[in-house]
Design a protein around this ligand. Sequence first.
Ligand code: KG4
Ligand code: ZN
Length: 428
Amino acid sequence: MAIIKLVRYMKNNNFKILAIETSCDETSASVLEVSRSKVYDLRINILSNIVSSQVKLHSKYGGVYPELASREHIKNIIHVINESLKQCNNLTIKQCKQLSNDYTAKLLKKIDYIAVTTSPGLIGSLLVGTQTAKTLAYVFKKLVVLVNHLEGHIYSNFIGENPKSEIRNPKQIPTAIYQIPNTNPQFPLIALIVSGGHTSLVYMKDHLSYKIIGETLDDAAGEAYDKVACMLNLGYPGGPVIDKYANDYIIQNSKSETRNSKQIINSNYQSPKSIPNTIYQIPYTKLFPRPLINANNFDFSFSGLKTSVLYFLKKQKKPYSKKLIQKVCYEFQEAVVETLITKTLKAAKKYRVKSIIISGGVAANSRLRELFQLKVASCQLPVKLFLPERKYCTDNATMIGAAAAYKILAGKMSDYTSIKADPNLPLK
Ligand code: KG4
Ligand code: ZN
């Protein structure tokens, strides 16, 4: 049945997916319209992307409180799905509010597939999304696509146009001199997944083929950000606030230097017109270690780095000054970013890949994005770098729908009875 339906939709060259993501603390639903395209293997048109974040609720606990997360998903899931269906019909918020649930049911009939995150994640949170998807698939007789959350993060790089090279505003530091390609990533590729729960390097020979070549041995990169932010009393989640303080430090401590751009960059993928001739230099210090950076493998470890920050802070006077906080944020972030980039480039070289893609909440980090662009442009490898738009780095249902689109193309759909939440299923 699945194959017959696939062929029918592929003949029509167009199908719609309702995607649902509830694996951690974001309740999200998205509607995607998928068609074949010459430039992209699939053209994914995002009709709606609704994300209801629980960040405020969990911030007072300094991290995600699992029981509260699942209760909140239960409260929100139907509203979020309703909203995603209504918005995909180009209705205004006011019009949406006036619509009855019968109307939503009519919209649901126009959906071809339901995609849902089934693993990994918090079991209570996963159960809300999977049970909702199961019920909708049963009642509306839809085929389902089961998506691994990490697979979703990877496919945030296949959503469509890549963001333009990110040049900081002139008062800040202009360093983005790399032209981000405007096509889909080419295989083979190396995917770096950096989130609150995972730090992994994955080799992909082709779509949906995953070989994990490196993982964190302890804390994930995002987890280290959150814990260091907690030590500095910066609240939860730590990533965005550390990103901001580190950025302030860079602005205050950078010196402008004019250089010949050719000395800095040597890459096939830059557009000469886009290279600024000014680059700002920050004195290179190394307050904290770069864990496993020279190890003969692709694994990561961030727990020791976190402890180094703790020991450093123990020697400082409380309350910490703003200057000290900015410095610690900068130094910690440099250690994380340098380690992530160095190991990813090593993997790209060893596996001779055509593309590097990065994803997960930490991929929204401005310094990681900026330095990655610089390093790839100057590394002399024939490799293109892809960065998802920031809003698709942190958890969202659109990335789950994008992964589902490629699974549908490969005929990997099933019926509602196959939906099962599993908190620990690895990427495979
Ligand atoms: O992918 P995600 O939304 O959830 C998981 O799958 O874990 O990632 C959340 C993580 C948090 O640890 C958060 O601190 C981090 O991503 N994060 C950032 C930034 N924005 C979010 N880390 C560094 N810089 C950021 N701008
Ligand atoms: Zn995630």
